[in-house]
Each structure stands twice: as C-alpha cells, then as structure tokens.
Design a protein around this ligand. Structure first.
Ligand code: GLN
Length: 492
C-alpha cells in the first residue's frame, strides 16, 4: 500500500475518481509514511483522527458522485495557517497551546474541496528564516543527503521547510506554504519539488498568522507543476475578510496548462548574474534558457537596475511590519504568559516576550522597532518604501520587453546545519526571491537539475501580476525538459 504515496497529487485524484483505491487507503498509507519518518521532524502536530474522518467523508462523497476537486487528497498544512480546533503555533513557543476557533480562508477552501489534513507542518518561527533552524519545535531535517559521502544532515530551506521536507519525502501529496521573501520557492528548490507564490492578493491572508502583511502570500508546494496548479485553483479567490484580497476571477489553472511557450518572450535580468555565482547554477540557468527556447520562447536580455537594493529594502520593510504585527503577543491574549515574582504588568510583557520569542524573532523586532522609531523613520522606513516602488517599476518596465523572467531560485543548493551562522549571510539566501516579493509578482520554483554533490537545484519563473497561468506554463515546459526524477532516500 505504501507505493500509493509515490503517486503525484493529480494521479491520486485520478485514481480516487476511478476508485482504483479509496481515500481511506491513501490516507492510511500517508499516516504510515509519517510514522516511519518522524526523525525528519516535519510535523509539529499530526492529526490522524481528523485525517481518517475526512478520508471517510471523501470516500462517501466519491461514492455519491458529488466529490470536490481535492476529495481524499492528503495534505500537510503549514503551522502558520489557523486551523479550527487544532493547535497553531507559527513555529513559536509564544503560541504553544493556541487552538484557533476558526479556520484560515485558504485551508478552509482546501478542506471544502475535499482535501484531507494530515497535520500541521513545522516551520521557522513566525516564518522568519531560510533553514528551519529557528523553529521552537526543533529543526526540520531534509530527506536529502549530499552524494559527497559526508552524510551530514541538511537544511530543508525555510521558512516552509516542514512543507518541503514532507512533500519531498512523500509524507503528503502536497502542502500549503507561505512566502514573504522566498519561503515557498527556496525550500522547494532545496528539496527538489515545485512551489508557486501567487500574485499578492490572490490568496486570502485571513487566518494566516501575520509576519509582514504587505508581503505575505500563501501558495502550494507539491511534486509537479500540475499538482501545484490543482492546489492553487482551490486556494485562490476573493475574500471580503482580507482588505488586500483581489476580487478577480480564478481560472482553472490545471485545466489551462499547456507547457507551450511559443511566442513568449523570456527575459534574463542581467543584474541577477552575480559576481562569484556558483558555476553549476549559472550553467543550469543557461540550460533552462535553452529549454525555454526549445519550447518556443525567444530569450531577451533585460535590466532590473535596482536589484541590488532589494535585500536591504526587504530587511527594513519586513522587520518593520513584523515588529508591529508581533506586538499583539503580550501574554494576555494568546499562548504563553510569564509572570515574574513581584513584577508589574510591564514586567509580565517583557518576561513573556523574552521567553516566548526566539533569537531571530527578537532580532527582527529590534530592527523593525529601530527603523520605525521617530528619529530613523524617514532615513530607513520611508526610504525603503520609495526604493520598493522603484523595484516594482523595474519589473513593470522589463515586462514591456518580455512576458516572463527566468532566473535561479537560490544562490546555492541546501547546506548543512550550522554552516551558516551569521544572520546577514543567511539573508543572502533570498537574493533572487525577494525582488519579486517586494513587487507582489507571481513566481515559482521548479526542480531543474542537481548540484555537484547531487542535491536539487531549482529555477525560478517570475510573471506579470495575475499571470500565474503563464508562470505555470513556463514551469511545465522546464519540468518536461528537465525530466527531474532524482528523489531522496526515505525510510519506510
Ligand atoms: N528568508 C526570508 C526571511 O527570513 C523569507 C521568509 C519568508 O518568505 N517567510 O525573512
């Protein structure tokens, strides 16, 4: 039964519709795989009873003939999404024991379409990180090992590292992720799966624990472009409960997929050719452009002149918004409360936040508070907002000359735990993903090849606002040409 977990999500949906196997069998196979792979620490909470009940409901709906498009598909939900009646921690100790009384719009839409929730996936604390080392619930271990004989444990990327590890290790068919500056795309690249961050506003942020509200977007992570397209169709849609939600029609992305790039112009941003870029990644990028050409595209050189300011801009705006969003964790309304002996209210706030937040979150709150302070607001925050507008303008101008952009997803393959300790060096992981986040554009990572050490490398496709369809089509073209079949070892 366990080879059921090897099927892709779309193949599972077809098998369920044809009654080749039941949702109950499919869910049981995944629960078994989860139990055999607990060493990866991909889940903070497993919800086998909920999953089993939802699978039974899916089987009944399939039998009646009124099943939703995701009936019986076993998914993991990143622990940033509030799930009714199931603990939601955002990877933080400060939210330990927080059980929401409501369901996030996005997870609710997946469940309404019949999906089965296997559990809540581990993640960097409040989605801050690139390696899953900041989770209060322990690091997530990538199912991959380098082929250099070192056998060191590797990071799955972050912050959606639990989602990435679980999908790559076949513990779930797909997962939700969130991406503020690259947290869907970089972990997807590190573990050899696909993931798409849609246009800002496509997926509702309601019920998603906030990190940086002007950047946060939900999106799917799965083992193929088609699988991502299926999930994305369910996840998108207008939500009056999110004031930045876009009231636009949602196409059936899976039905619309062609993989045809004829007539498309693919732009290559010259500023992404970094000095000292990894030679294998540079070669893979060239290969990706050749694949796009073979699929009918023409390649054009474009310039995004403000690219070098994207990382500093992001690391001002994201912490600023985070410092404001995280002010609500005061020991009164949610989760943890630490009351020092003989202390007053301010002492309780201080002790709760000092105990409940990890080092990276505290660092971001301090940076954010500093850049928003009266004396520095104009020098940092206002300036960053202006530069953000210039970065968005760069993309607008580039999209006058091309339809899509193709770049590497990350500057390296997955690294080992402890290899990057300097926070600033860690922030460099986001160099290729942050600009499109600042501009609110749809962007996707697809696995395209392997590093010299045999580890997955992704290519990134960036599209115009609301052109998820174009991004997915280019992703499919790369997926077909790359024929990426490498997979990690998994324990059974
Ligand atoms: N690595 C980036 C950060 O730490 C991006 C995180 C994200 O997209 N959630 O902020």
């Amino acid at each position: 039964m366990s080879d059921l977990t090897d099927l892709g999500l779309a193949a599972m949906a077809r098998g369920l519709a044809a009654r080749d196997f039941s949702a109950a069998e499919l869910t049981a196979a995944h629960l078994e795989a989860m139990a055999a792979n607990r060493h990866l620490n991909a889940f903070i909470v497993e919800t086998p009873e909920i999953a089993t009940a939802q699978a039974a409901a899916a089987d009944a709906a399939l039998a009646r003939g009124d099943a939703g498009r995701l009936a019986g598909i076993p998914l993991g939900i990143k622990d940033l999404f509030c799930t009714e009646g199931v603990q939601t921690t955002a990877g933080s100790k400060i939210l330990a024991g927080f059980v929401p009384q409501y369901e996030s719009t996005v997870s609710g839409k997946l469940l309404a379409d019949g999906a089965v929730m296997l559990g809540k996936l581990n993640m960097d604390e409040f989605a801050m990180g690139s390696s899953n080392e900041t989770s209060a619930y322990g690091r997530v271990i990538s199912p991959w090992r380098a082929a250099d004989g070192s056998n060191r444990e590797l990071v799955p990327g972050g912050s959606s590292g639990g989602s990435a590890a679980a999908v790559a290790a076949r513990l779930c068919a797909g997962a939700t992720g969130t991406d503020t500056g690259g947290s869907i795309r970089q972990p997807a690249s590190f573990v050899g799966i696909s993931g798409i961050k849609p246009t800002y506003g496509r997926c509702s942020r309601w019920g998603v624990v906030a990190f940086a509200s002007s950047l946060d977007q939900a999106g799917p992570m799965a083992r193929s472009v088609e699988d991502c397209a299926l999930l994305l169709t369910s996840m998108c849609g207008f939500d009056p409960k999110d004031s930045t939600s876009l009231d636009v029609a949602v196409p059936d992305f899976a039905a619309g997929l062609t993989g045809d790039l004829s007539g498309k112009r693919i732009g290559v941003p010259r500023e992404y050719r970094l000095d000292g870029m990894d030679a294998t990644i540079a070669a893979l990028w060239e290969q990706g452009l050749a694949w796009a050409r073979d699929a009918g595209a023409t390649i054009v050189d474009v310039s995004l002149p403000h690219t070098k300011y994207a990382l500093p801009t992001y690391y001002i705006i994201a912490p600023a918004e985070a410092s404001s969003n995280l002010a609500r964790y005061d020991g009164v309304r949610y989760g943890l409360r630490v009351t020092p002996e003989g202390g007053n209210l301010a002492d309780m706030y201080g002790a709760t936040r000092a105990t409940g937040f990890g080092a990276e979150v505290q660092r971001r709150i301090m940076i954010g508070t500093y850049v928003l302070s009266a004396g520095f607001y104009d020098a940092y925050f206002t300036k960053a907002q202006k530069v953000r507008a210039l970065i968005a303008r760069d993309f607008e101008l580039a999209f006058e000359q091309c339809d899509l952009l193709l770049t590497p997803t990350a500057p390296s393959a997955a690294f080992a735990f402890g290899d990057i300790v300097d926070p600033l060096a860690m922030y460099l992981n986001d160099v290729f993903t942050v600009p499109s986040s600042l501009a609110g554009l749809p962007a996707m990572s697809v696995p395209a090849g392997l590093s010299n050490a045999g580890l997955p490398l992704g290519l990134q496709i960036i599209g115009r606002p609301l052109d998820e369809m174009g991004v997915l089509d280019a992703g499919l073209a790369i997926e077909r040409a790359a024929g990426f079949t490498a997979r990690p070892e998994s324990r059974r």
